[in-house]
Design a protein around this ligand. Structure first.
Ligand SMILES: [Zn+2]
Length: 115
């Protein structure tokens, strides 16, 4: 995995999880936090988030999987021949990616259309 790709994928992970959390976990208390992205043991950048505890755990889990991805180039996790996620977490993540992917994708289209 390339350095830039790791940053980008971690940012997307945070964006997608937070988007879903903001809409679907309305009544759950949320907290601010930061995720330190490392590259070859060195700190690379910090990504901040504002999600509930459950989503924070999911974000950390996803980041750890990303960082340890052995594939080069890394395929999209959805198309990975050997997904490293545990089944229940994988299902939850796939749901969030679909949920946010569709809505974020749509709002991007809308923005382009109505600019
Ligand atoms: Zn949440």
């Amino acid at each position: 995995m390339k350095k830039e790709k790791l940053i980008l994928d971690t940012q997307n992970l945070q964006r997608f999880i937070q988007f879903h959390c903001e809409r679907e976990h309305n009544d759950v208390p949320k907290k601010e936090g930061t995720l330190q992205v490392h590259w070859e043991e060195k700190p690379l950048c910090v990504i901040s988030y504002h999600v509930c505890a459950e989503c924070e755990a999911l974000l950390t889990y996803g980041y750890n999987r990303l960082q340890n991805c052995p594939h080069e180039p890394k395929p999209s996790c959805r198309k990975c021949p050997k997904p490293c996620y545990e089944k229940p977490v994988w299902k939850k993540m796939a749901h969030i990616m679909m949920y946010s992917g569709m809505r974020l994708g749509l709002s991007k289209v809308r923005k382009t259309l109505f600019k």
